[in-house]
Design a protein around this ligand. Sequence first.
Ligand code: NAD
Length: 519
Amino acid sequence: MDGLNLDVTQGDSFGFEKYSMCKALNMVQSARRAFASNKTRSTKFRKTQLKELVKFLEKEEKALCTAVYDDLKKPKAETILHEILTVIKEAREAVNSLQSWVKPTTVKSTIVNSLDTVKILDEPYGVTLVIGAWNFPVHLTLLPVIGAIAAGNCVVIKPSEHAPATARAIASLLPKYIDSECYPVYLGGVEETSELLKQKFDYIFFTGSPSIGKLVHQAASQNLTPVTLELGGKSPVYIDNTANLKLAAKRIMWGKTQNCGQICVAPDYVLCSKEVQDKFLKYAQAALHQFYGDNVRENGDFGRIINQHHFHRLTGLLRDQKVAIGGPSDPKDHFVHPTIVTDVHPDDAIMQEEIFGPILPIVTVESYEEAINFINQREKPLALYVFTGCKKVKKAFLRETSSGAVLINDVLMHSVADGLPFGGVGNSGIGAYHGKHTFDTFSHKKAVMERGTSMLIDKIDSIRYPPYNNTKTKLLKTVFRINRTLPVKYVPHLIMFSLGVAVTCGAYYLNKYIQNEVD
Ligand code: NAD
C-alpha cells in the first residue's frame, strides 16, 4: 500500500508499523476529498470497483488462503468457501443488482399528495469506517465494504490485528485493485483503533464483542455518527425429545467445530432434559468421529485457537467442569479438542461469557417453558437454535423469545440464506447486513418531494393558509378522514376531471366578461 510506512512511530506487538493519529487524520481527509470529488456517486465507478474486488479475491486466492492459514490454521476448503466464494458471490450480486438498488423508491400517492412527486433516494453517507474481526478475517472485513462501495461511500477499511497475516495481505494487495484514496486500509491494534475512532466518520460498521461495541458506540455518539454493531454473545440451543437427535447432534457438532468454534453464531450451550442429553452425547461422539476420525489433533480439517490469550481463556473455562467428551488441549499449537461438559450450573464461569471455542456445555432443563425462561433471563442472543418436531414448541420459541435470528433444526445456515438480514438485537448488536441489506445499511434514505406550481394546485392548497375558518377546518377533517392510497388508475381521471372543471369555469367567466363588454 502506498504510504504504508508513513507516520510510523514504533513497532507494536502485532508486528505492524504503528499508525499515528496523523496517519488516521490524513487517511480520513484524503477519503473526504475523494468523496467530495463525486467520483463514488457514479454507478459505473462503483461497479468497476466491485469487479476489481472480485478480481482481487480470484487472483489473490492463494495469498489469502496462506495468510488465513497462518493466522488460524483454517483448512483451505473452509477458507475458499467462507472467505473467498461467499464474498465473491455478494460482490457479484451487488454488481448485477446495483442498477435496480439505486433506483429511487416511488411512494404511493394519497389524496393529499396525488399531484406531487414523492420518492425516496438512496444517498451515500460519505466517509465510512469498517472495523473487521479476526475469526473470518477476509469475509468480516470485506462483506460490509461491498455494501459501502455499492451505496457510493468512501470506506476506511480496518482489518483485525488479531489476524495479522491476513491484515497485511489485505493492506498490501487490495490497493492494487481498488481505488486506495476512496478505500484506504488502516492497520493497527487497540491504540490505533482508538485514534481512528477520534476521527469524524459518516457511518461506522463494527464487528466484535459487545464490550468493545459499547466503546465504538460511545465514540460514534460524539459526532452523532450512525452505527451498525455486529456483536456476539451466547447463542443457545434447545433440544427436545421430538427432535431427530442423531441429525441434531451432527449439525450442532458441525457448528461447534467449524473454525474451531470461533464463530459469532456458533451454538454456545445446550438446554435439554437429562434423557435427551444421554442420547445426544452418544450421537455427538459418533459425529465427531465421522468428521475427524480417531485423532482430531492430527486431522487437517480441524483448526486452532487464534492465540495464547484465547487458548488460556478457554482451558480456564474447563476448570472444575465434568468432561463428557474430549478434554485434551495443547498450548504449543493452541489446540483445544472438541469438548462437551455436563452437569453445568447456570452460575458457572462457562455460562457467564461467550465461549468462542469448541467447548459445548449442557444445562439440563425439565421443559421448553423452563428453557424459554432461562433464555429470557439473559441477554438477547445473536442466534437461537431450536431442535424439535413439535409445532407448539416452535411457535412458543418464535413468539416468546427475542434474538437476532431463530433457526429451527439446524445451526449457522441462516447466515448464508439469501435475502435474510444478519444481525443482532439488544446486547448482540444494532442493525443488520448481507446482500441488499448491506446496501441499505450504508445508504441514507433521503425523502424527496416535488410540488407542482399550477393555479389548480394553489387553489386546492388554499385550505392550509390563514385566514382559517370553519369550512376549511371541516374540509381538512374530511381530507384526513379519507386520506388513503389513491389507486393509480384513477389519478388521470381525477386530473382530467379537475381540468374539465377548470376549463368550464374559465369558459363561464370568459363568457360573462364578454357579455359585460358588449353590454
Ligand atoms: P473485540 O471486540 O475484542 O475487538 C474488535 C476490534 O476492536 C479489535 O480488532 C480492535 O482493533 C478493536 N478494539 C479492541 N479494544 C478496543 C478499545 N479499547 N478501543 C478501541 N478499539 C478497540 O472482538 P474480537 O476478539 O475481534 O472478536 C470476537 C467477538 O466478535 C466475539 O464476541 C464475536 O461473537 C464477535 N463477532 C461478531 C460477529 C458478527 O457478525 N456479529 C462476527 C464475528 C465476531
